[in-house]
Design a protein around this ligand. Structure first.
Ligand code: ZN
Length: 63
């Protein structure tokens, strides 16, 4: 699993964007969370997909 430290517009590279929507998709290889953004510079919209976090668990159980 990886996390991108910062997102930017895939079209123009601008780092300013607006959150538009979020959805969860389930596929054969797992669940994903897709987030839709809109660039503040060129108005390009795109979906950013990341693996859904695992089931919630209590941190105390690991100790
Ligand atoms: Zn852009």
């Amino acid at each position: 699993m990886f996390e991108r430290p910062a997102r930017c517009c895939p079209k123009c590279g601008h780092t300013g964007y607006l959150f538009r929507a979020r959805r969860t998709v389930e596929e054969a290889d797992g669940k994903f969370v897709e987030t839709k953004y809109r660039c503040r510079s060129c108005a390009h919209q795109w979906w950013d997909r990341v693996p859904a976090p695992p089931e919630p668990r209590k941190a105390e159980d690991a100790a």
